[in-house]
Design a protein around this ligand. Structure first.
Ligand code: BG6
Length: 485
């Protein structure tokens, strides 16, 4: 068999990805309003009664606002990127980053979400961040909404359940497109848009306890996000003609648990449920298979005249995914289970898992990339992937995170193979290049970074930044354009 040489494209975007609420801190600085993430409490592992603390109730909101709750809110503190962005970006540049994905904290620009005019101090902050990136020739990839729905919108409309939120989002999008039109080309509307159906408060600022039919509410909220995304795409193309709009999916790939056709069918169903979101974003219409799901679950999407045309006329330009693990589907799901990204799954006997139980499956990434490219023929950007692990600082100050290097190496190898298979891959921004607050658990000890941040789960530490072994490894990967792994 002839040897087939695969290389990463010359202009491949190597880098890392973050979210405002997990790094910035300064939750009330510069006129910023509260957002959904600001309500998420840190619960020590021993006291946790559920997998994650992301789904908030009206009662928790009341207790937080009245000061009755004494819980810490680590996403209000982040890692102080708000004040240290220059130092942090310089470290990313030292690794040779070509791209940096971050989100704009919506409530920094429109403190309540529904304000008529933007907050200048918020706009200036992102001007400074973008200028710093430009100084280092790092391409910004900007997410408009990464679990940061302004609390004002929750209070007024119960988040994305309210149709009015579409207009507020579009106003926000237009504001930042106009302001940063010479600085940002790659945009993403909603981080992991599928999250709204798993954790509606996280994904859409929706308090489920306020809804009689929570299922209806989250799919209605999702419909509003789809329409908002298409309208934002339309405005992007008008304001920044060469701008590119991407959608973002937490790709939860499901394998059948056994060759039993019942399991195969279940896996197909679970994959449809996950790919539903990109199907709408890319094809501009609801797929036929979802109609049955809606009927069987008493969901009736309220649409306004023109919604279907908006979706059809303004699909996305490229697809982005987060990929951390694969899952198993079984028609009779009995057996040992393990944790995953806000969802748990049956254990796959062929896979190892991270310290948090997420099953590590590099080949699964190649499978996912091939399958999504076959389905859509659009360029794909892997905007999140990485290993959350405990790190130890040795006596000499070094951090030997070989486990992280192994994880990333194996995934990069599989991405390369996918390119060889014909997949058009734009880039790779691994999750949390600098340690940040965990989305699901608000821990600091669940670390993803090439750069260590001295802060613990209780919020203690100097915030000093330190290069890990993976820092030097990733620098070589980028320098060699993925040849030296
Ligand atoms: C993704 C999110 O789902 O997973 C990130 O977009 C998140 O915000 C990442 O941080 C890793 O999850 P966690 O819970 O380990 O922080």
């Amino acid at each position: 068999m002839a040897k087939f040489k695969v290389e990463f494209p010359e202009n491949f975007y190597w880098g890392g990805a973050t979210a405002a609420n997990q790094i910035e801190g300064g939750f009330d600085a510069g006129g910023k309003g509260l957002s959904a993430a600001d309500f998420v409490e840190y619960i020590p592992k021993a006291q946790r009664t559920k997998d994650n603390a992301m789904e908030i109730t009206s009662e928790q909101i009341r207790k937080t606002l009245s000061g009755e709750s004494k819980a810490r809110h680590p996403k209000r503190e982040g890692i102080d990127f708000y004040h240290r962005y220059k130092e942090d970006i310089a470290l990313l540049a030292e690794m040779g980053f070509k791209a940096f994905r971050f989100s704009i904290h919506w409530s920094r620009i429109f403190p309540n979400g529904y304000d008529e005019t933007p907050n200048e101090a918020g706009l200036q902050f992102y001007d400074s961040v973008l200028d710093e990136l430009a100084r280092h020739n790092i391409e910004p990839i900007v997410t408009l909404s990464h679990y940061e729905t302004p609390y004002g919108l929750t209070k007024k409309y119960n988040g994305w359940v309210g149709r009015e939120v579409i207009n507020h989002f579009v106003r926000y999008a237009e504001t930042v497109f106009t302001r940063y039109k010479n600085k940002v080309k790659f945009w993403i509307t909603f981080n992991e848009i599928n999250m709204i159906t798993i954790s509606p408060f996280t994904g859409g600022g929706i308090l489920s306890d306020k809804e009689e039919n929570a299922m209806q509410a989250k799919y209605q909220g999702l419909h509003h996000q789809f329409v908002a995304s298409s309208l934002a795409t339309k405005r992007l193309h008008e304001i920044i003609p060469d701008g590119k709009m991407g959608c973002m999916l937490a790709r939860m790939s499901h394998y059948p648990y056994t060759p039993n056709p019942e399991d195969v069918l279940k896996a197909q169903k679970d994959n449809q449920d996950n790919l539903f979101f990109t199907d709408v974003h890319v094809r501009g219409e609801y797929p036929n298979y979802i109609k049955r799901f809606f009927i069987e679950n008493d969901i009736e999407i309220v649409r306004e005249t023109g919604d279907d045309e908006i979706l059809k006329q303004h699909p996305v330009d490229y697809i982005t995914i987060s990929y951390y693990m694969s899952m198993l589907s079984s028609a009779s799901p009995e057996g040992a289970r393990t944790e995953g990204n806000l969802m748990n799954t049956l254990k796959n006997p062929y896979l190892q898992a991270s310290d948090w139980g997420w099953q590590i499956d590099p080949i699964g990434l190649r499978v996912v990339l091939n399958e999504m490219y076959d389905r859509y023929q659009l360029p794909i950007f892997v905007v999140e992937n990485g290993l959350g692990a405990y790190d130890t600082v040795e006596d000499d100050g070094s951090i030997n995170d070989h486990y992280r290097i192994d994880y990333l190496r194996q995934h990069i190898e599989q991405m390369k193979e996918a390119i060889g298979d014909g997949v058009e891959l734009l880039g790779y921004t691994s999750w949390g290049p600098i340690d940040l607050v965990s989305m699901s658990t608000s821990e600091m000890s669940k670390r993803y970074g090439f750069i260590y941040v001295d802060k613990d789960d209780e919020g203690h530490g100097t915030l000093e930044r330190r290069r890990k072994e993976s820092f030097f490894w990733y620098k070589k990967v980028i320098e060699s354009n993925g040849e030296e792994l």
